[in-house]
Design a protein around this ligand. Structure first.
Ligand SMILES: [Zn+2]
Length: 55
């Protein structure tokens, strides 16, 4: 299988090591806000953290 380069889950751009797994702090903040919104809206938000998914 071909290992595809990780992309920013927010905008799809190549992610930046400094802001991994996002491309920038802007997308980082956007994801955080979205995650919090989901947390409030749903009783059991799905685990979407790729670190946890790996383990
Ligand atoms: Zn991004």
């Amino acid at each position: 299988m071909t290992i595809l380069p990780k992309k920013c889950p927010i905008c799809g751009k190549p992610r930046h090591a400094e802001h991994a797994p996002f491309c920038s702090t802007r997308c980082k903040d956007r994801d955080l806000v979205r995650w919090l919104d989901d947390g409030y809206a749903l009783p059991g938000p799905p685990a979407i953290d790729e670190e946890a998914d790996k383990a």
